[in-house]
Design a protein around this ligand. Structure first.
Ligand code: C2E
Ligand code: MG
Ligand code: MG
Ligand code: MG
Length: 280
C-alpha cells in the first residue's frame, strides 16, 4: 500500500520537478548568454551629502531581456549565486562601474571625488581570490581604490564572522572602503561592529520607509544611528522618498542620503547629464 502510494506520488511529482529543473537550466543558459553578449547593464543612483551635493553613487545591476523587460537583481542574482556565474558577473560589475564612472567629465572636482558604491554578495566575499581579482581589474585602469566603496550587507557577514572580518581587513588594507549595507535589520552588536574596518553604515531602507510614519521604525533608526555614532561611523540613509523622511534623518544626524527624492537609478548617459546639471 505504502509502496504504491509512494510510486503514485513519484508519478505525480516527477513532471513538475523535471519542469522546474528545465526552467532553472534554461534561465542559467540565458543568463550565461546575457553575460557573454553584454545584456547586463549598470544603473547609477546618486548619493548626496547634508547640503544636497552629489558626493557618491551606487552601481546597481540590471538585465535587459530581448522583449525589453528589465529584470532587477532580486530576479536573477540569487540563482547566479549558486553557479560559477557569480564571480564572472561580479568582475564585470567592478570593471564596468569603474570604467563608466572614470569616464565622467573630470572638469568638476566633484567628478574626480565621486565615491563609487558597489554591492558585494556573501558568495563573492567567500571567494578566496576576491581581492586579487579586484586589484587585477582596477590597477591597470588606475582607478583609485579609495574611491571604491564596497557595500556588504549586515546579514551576509554573520555566516562566518571571524573569516569575513579577516577578508574585510584585507580589503581595507588594499585601500578599499567598506560600508555595511542594510544596517539595523538584525544581527550586529557593538562588539561585532567594532571589530570591522568600516567606513560607514547604510541604514536598511525598510526602516527608512517607515521612519516618518511609525514610532517603532523611528526608534530603531535612532538606536542604529546611536550605535554608529559610538563607533564614529558616518551614516547613510537609503530609500529616502519624502521630504519628511529627509528632514527627520537630517535631525537624527545622517551624513548622506540616497533615494528617489534625490534621484532614481539611471543609465550612465542620464546619470552624466543629471550630474552635470547638479554640479553647475
Ligand atoms: P541594496 O544594495 O540595498 O540597494 C538598494 C535598493 O533600493 C536598489 O534596488 C535600489 O534601486 C532601491 N532604491 C533606491 N532608492 C529607493 C527609494 O527611494 N525607494 C525604493 N522603494 N527603493 C529604492 P535594486 O536595484 O533592485 O537592488 C536590490 C539589491 O540587489 C541591492 O540592494 C543589492 O543587495 C543587490 N545588488 C544590486 N546590484 C548588485 C550588484 O552589482 N552585485 C551584487 N552582488 N548585488 C547587487
Ligand atoms: Mg547597496
Ligand atoms: Mg541596502
Ligand atoms: Mg537593501
Amino acid at each position: 500500500q505504502a509502496k504504491r502510494a509512494g510510486r503514485e506520488t513519484l508519478r505525480l511529482f516527477q513532471p513538475a520537478m523535471q519542469q522546474a529543473i528545465d526552467e532553472t537550466a534554461r534561465r542559467e543558459v540565458a543568463l550565461r548568454r546575457a553575460v557573454a553578449h553584454g545584456d547586463l547593464q549598470l544603473v547609477y543612483q546618486p548619493q548626496v551629502n547634508r547640503d544636497g551635493l552629489w558626493v557618491g553613487c551606487e552601481a546597481l545591476l540590471r538585465w535587459s531581456l530581448l522583449d525589453g523587460t528589465v529584470l532587477s537583481p532580486a530576479q536573477f542574482l540569487p540563482e547566479a549565486e549558486t553557479t560559477d556565474l557569480m564571480p564572472k558577473i561580479g568582475d564585470w560589475v567592478v570593471r564596468t562601474a569603474c570604467r563608466e564612472i572614470a569616464s565622467l567629465p573630470k572638469r568638476a572636482r566633484a567628478a574626480r571625488e565621486l565615491v563609487l558604491g558597489i554591492n558585494i554578495s556573501a558568495r563573492q566575499l567567500a571567494d578566496p581570490r576576491l581581492i586579487e581579482r579586484i586589484l587585477a581589474i582596477i590597477q591597470p585602469m588606475r582607478f583609485p581604490p579609495a574611491r571604491l566603496r564596497f557595500e556588504i550587507s549586515e546579514a551576509s557577514l554573520f555566516g562566518d564572522f571571524e573569516r569575513n572580518a579577516a577578508i574585510l581587513g584585507r580589503l581595507d588594507a588594499a585601500g578599499i572602503e567598506i560600508e555595511l549595507d542594510d544596517f539595523g535589520s538584525g544581527y550586529s552588536s557593538l562588539v561585532h561592529l567594532r571589530q570591522l574596518p568600516l567606513a560607514g553604515v547604510k541604514i536598511d531602507q525598510l526602516l527608512i520607509a517607515a521612519v516618518d510614519t511609525d514610532a517603532d521604525a523611528a526608534m530603531i533608526v535612532r538606536a542604529a544611528i546611536g550605535v554608529a555614532d559610538a563607533l564614529s561611523l558616518p551614516v547613510i540613509a537609503e530609500g529616502v522618498e519624502r521630504e519628511t523622511q529627509r528632514d527627520l534623518l537630517l535631525k537624527m544626524g545622517c551624513s548622506r542620503f540616497q533615494g528617489f527624492l534625490f534621484g532614481r537609478p539611471m543609465p550612465l548617459d542620464t546619470f552624466r547629464r543629471a550630474f552635470e546639471t547638479a554640479c553647475t
